[in-house]
Design a binder for this molecule. Structure first.
Ligand code: ASP
Ligand code: MG
Length: 438
């Protein structure tokens, strides 16, 4: 039994809904659960509606609701060929849009916001379910709000989810295939809530863990244009296997890989995750599981637009508490540090969000001299890099022999070694690493 997740672009138009439907009904699909996101753009539009309501402009909200409704009406026309399912989909959507309109008349609180945000996934899953029914598939729509739950701390309650999904499946009509909503859930007091933006992967991972699925499949659309994406994970397309920890290290480099929070439930229940491409459905994809390939370097990822900050201070020598002061400055300006490298009198750090850089520089100058280098790029090499393995440091370093390196980070994790170089040297570094490692 598989849990398969398809994101917003995979269900982003009537055509895409049709191709996802044929993808999920290939071969033996009995018992599979398919998790769907909202149609691409819809959650953003729902956020926009909330902003109007927050700003006290219900008319503005209603106008956006009107546009969205027109868009969905056109989708319904294009998706179904029979009147029966066209009417069924129209009825569900009309209820949802009427509810949205009635919310614009109520007092707007975070509770209303969560209800509004939940509608995207409710619409997409209903539409795909009706389409599959029209195709003669014995499919059943499961209401994620009846089994997905977060606790008082906003963390998913895996124990509850495991209990409830069993009960929900037992009382649902017997079907060959189940569809459910990603992203949406209820909170500890039973109100509609969500797993934060992009949370559908998390739903799939939790559900796969709760069901002890044979595999959790995360399907994305990779159309070959991603080389221009600065967060593109070089090589994962052809990496057949990653250890969960390796995948966590790669996550920082872009959404093509699972977010670390999504990795946890699968890792702890030992359910493998497979990343697949809807544009190339026959390709085996990348499997992520608890099996470590000893001594193997797996992938190289790069991230642009990185800024390096170095603070040099004589006061740091043999002092304690200095790093805390430095880190507190970043914390007070809500800026996360990615790479860190220290010597006895210097600390170098990298950041990717430069919103508060002037303030950070100012505050750091109280403790020492500050140097900032912009337009840098992190190159991250991922694999089994346990310190007791020998030789790989030399191989990796060798690839950088003609490239100026600003920082090197190794030893924080056993699965990653990272280099900070000039952005303009990125291509050269990637080609050189490709040659020396693979
Ligand atoms: N629809 C939600 C979002 O756009 C969740 C998801 O797509 O994963 O963030
Ligand atoms: Mg070593």
């Amino acid at each position: 039994m598989l849990v398969q997740k398809f994101g917003g672009t995979s269900v982003g138009s009537p055509e895409r809904m049709k191709s996802v439907s044929s993808l999920i009904t290939r071969g033996d699909y009995s018992g599979n659960i398919v998790v769907l996101s909202a149609m691409s753009g819809t959650t953003n539009t729902l956020v926009e509606i909330c902003k109007y309501l927050q700003g006290g402009n219900p008319d503005g909200a209603c106008e956006v609701i009107g546009y969205l409704e027109m868009k969905y009406a056109a989708h319904v026309e294009a998706l179904y060929s029979t009147d029966k399912y066209k009417q069924a989909a129209k009825a569900v959507l009309s209820d949802i849009f009427n509810e949205l309109r009635s919310i614009t008349k109520a007092v707007f609180t975070p509770k209303e916001e969560k209800i509004i945000l939940s509608k995207g996934e409710l619409m997409s899953t209903n539409m795909v379910t009706f389409y599959l029914m029209e195709q003669g598939v014995n499919v059943c729509l499961l209401d994620a709000l009846s089994f997905m739950r977060i606790d008082m701390n906003g963390e998913p309650d895996l124990w509850y989810i495991s209990q409830r999904i069993g009960e929900v499946l037992a009382s649902a009509p017997k079907a060959d295939l189940y569809i459910t909503q990603g992203f949406i859930c209820r909170n500890a007091v039973g109100e509609v809530d969500n797993l934060k933006r992009g949370g559908s992967d998390y739903t799939a991972s939790l559900l796969g863990a709760a069901m002890k699925a044979d595999e959790i499949q995360i399907w994305t659309d990779i159309d070959g244009m991603h080389n221009n994406d600065p967060r593109y994970v070089e090589n994962t397309g052809c990496v057949p296997h990653l250890y969960f920890e390796e995948a966590s290290e790669l996550a920082y480099f872009g959404a093509k890989i699972l977010h670390p929070t999504c990795i946890q439930p699968a890792k702890f229940t030992n359910v493998p995750v497979r990343l697949l491409n809807t544009m190339d459905p026959e390709a085996p994809g990348t499997v992520i599981d608890n099996v470590k390939d000893h001594g193997t370097i797996k992938a190289v990822a790069a991230k642009d637009n990185i800024t390096a900050i170095k603070i040099t201070s004589g006061r740091m020598l043999l002092a304690y508490g200095f790093l805390r002061k430095v880190f507190e400055i970043f914390e007070s300006h809500q800026t996360s540090i990615d790479m860190i490298s220290t010597s006895e009198v210097c600390v170098s750090m990298s950041i990717d969000d430069t919103t508060y850089l002037p303030q950070i520089e100012n505050d750091l100058r109280k403790y020492g001299t500050v140097q900032v280098d912009r337009n840098m790029c992190i190159i991250c090499v991922v694999g089994d890099m346990d310190w007791e393995n020998k030789g790989f440091e030399g191989r990796v370093m060798d690839a950088f022999k003609d490239i100026p390196v600003r920082m090197v980070c190794y030893g924080g994790s056993s699965y990653n070694i990272s280099f900070l170089i000039r952005q303009e040297d990125k291509q050269k570094a990637l080609v050189s690493l490709q040659k020396s490692l693979f």
